[in-house]
Design a protein around this ligand. Structure first.
Ligand code: GLN
Length: 446
């Protein structure tokens, strides 16, 4: 598949022909199930695949949930307007975990997406469709969303590049909320240059999102510099959770970075085990509130009942999948008056502490190197419990809790030929640093 950088240099006519080429390829590879459909916003330009939780006016949008089936987006997300203004055209709805809750894309009401490198394995999630399509040569580039790793982890499992921008760098207007204080939209691409290009297109202030920083769109691609040297913090204590394959890839990456002129500085993070509990208390609390609006009255699917309460119960019982129900229950519990202090309030305090720990580490390093996941892509659910799935988020959720930018890029393969991803985390609003270092690392690895 042509890269985004190459596609931008094509004459308009050839750019417009790309949609038919992509659709053809995706249809020949239909068993991958990366695309929900081939919705087309009919604008001219380079086609970009869109995760099914980002509103494109007049397209169906469902978050891969039965409860939203038939619902048509009434407006464009800010990122869609930004893409159009930059000569891009939204094309195709990418499969995902229901309401972006998950790490495998198995909870989609459209069926699971497969990993393009090995169809017995998960593509990761929740942006599994976006990553599988890009890594499998079925999309030039895609948008995903990342609440606790949903851009970086599937990019890592499938072998492509994914960036979670700083919280507030990209407008969330028109992204269906999962956990509003953690969600960010970001690019999933074939390489680091494309990642910078797409990030520059979608970043920047938006009056319609009050949490969006008042900054101009970024200009990282223009300034991309693979020669810059950084102080890179490494957290070897983190490796206790990693498989030997990942731990070895981490050490190998450190060597390459060192040989490339970066200064490696060992750092410590106090007990990371509470990252998971903090994240799952906060995200489920926010999700239980955000998902209250899907009651069968205003959006999508409705199952009638004897009275209004029955309509709510029937619609939600039938419309939501098990994972989403689990999280609504957990979130409602931690917010309930008897448990608020014990769980929600405590988790808020833990979040502040985690943020503070990152700040301390960043007082004398520019970047942190970290694995993306403890393992390469696992086989489908049969071998994984929900708790195991939650625990595998250990390396990605920190950047969301602290609001920091983080990129994932492929650094090698396991014996079985499954991709291994590594993450570079930066200070808030310093995407340029992580992109420059990733660009250098990608070059060294070629
Ligand atoms: N796996 C995490 C979760 O299930 C992250 C999902 C995401 O980033 N949307 O919540």
């Amino acid at each position: 598949m042509v890269t985004l950088k190459e596609a931008l240099l094509l004459p308009k006519q050839e750019q417009n022909a790309l949609k038919a080429i992509i659709q053809n390829k995706a249809q020949q590879n239909i068993e991958l199930n990366a695309y929900i459909d081939f919705s087309d916003d009919k604008y001219e330009g380079v086609p970009i695949l869109i995760k099914d939780n980002i509103n494109v006016k007049d397209w169906q949008i469902t978050c891969a949930s039965k409860i939203l089936q038939g619902y048509i987006a009434p407006y464009n997300a800010n990122v869609i307007e930004r893409l159009r203004a930059n000569g891009m055209s939204a094309f195709g709805r990418a499969n995902m975990d229901e309401f972006a809750m998950g790490s495998t894309t198995e909870s989609s009401c459209y069926g699971r997406t497969k990993n393009p490198k090995n169809s017995a394995c998960v593509p990761g999630g929740s942006s599994g469709g976006s990553a599988a399509a890009v890594a499998g040569g079925l999309a030039i580039a895609a948008l995903g969303s990342d609440t606790g790793g949903s851009i970086r982890q599937p990019a890592g499992y499938c072998g492509c590049v994914g960036l979670k921008p700083t919280y507030g760098r990209v407008s969330r207007y028109g992204l269906i909320a999962y956990s509003s204080s953690l969600d960010q939209i970001g690019p999933i691409t074939q390489n680091v240059e494309d990642c910078a290009i797409l990030f520059d297109m979608i970043s920047g202030a938006d009056k319609k999102d009050s949490t969006c920083a008042n900054l101009k769109p970024s200009e990282t691609f223009k300034k991309l510099d693979r020669e810059r040297g950084f102080k890179i913090g490494v957290l070897r204590d983190f490796l206790k959770d990693a498989s030997p394959t990942i731990a070895k890839a981490y050490e190998d990456t450190i060597k390459i970075l060192e040989a490339n002129g970066h200064e490696i500085i060992p750092k410590k993070m106090i007990d990371t085990s509470f990252h998971i509990s903090t994240y799952y208390i906060l995200c489920t609390a926010e999700a239980s509130s955000n998902l209250a609006r899907f009651d069968g009255i205003r959006f999508g699917h409705r199952i009638e009942g004897k009275n209004l309460k029955d309509v709510y119960i029937n619609t939600r019982t039938n419309g939501f999948g098990n994972e989403v129900k689990n999280r609504i229950l957990l979130g409602s519990f931690v917010l309930s008056s008897g448990y608020y202090d014990a769980y929600y309030l405590k988790a808020q305090k833990m979040r502040a502490l985690i943020k503070q720990q990152y700040e301390e580490i960043f007082s004398d390093v520019d970047l942190i190197l970290c694995p993306v996941a403890p393992n390469v892509a696992p086989k489908f659910r049969s071998s994984q419990s929900p708790l195991e799935m939650y625990l595998s988020d250990i390396y990605t959720i920190g950047a969301n809790l602290a609001g920091l930018p983080a990129i994932c890029l492929p650094v090698g393969e396991s014996k079985e030929g499954l991709p291994i991803g590594m993450q570079l985390i930066g200070r808030a609003f310093e995407e340029q640093n992580i992109l420059d270092a990733a660009f250098g690392l990608e070059y060294q690895l070629q």
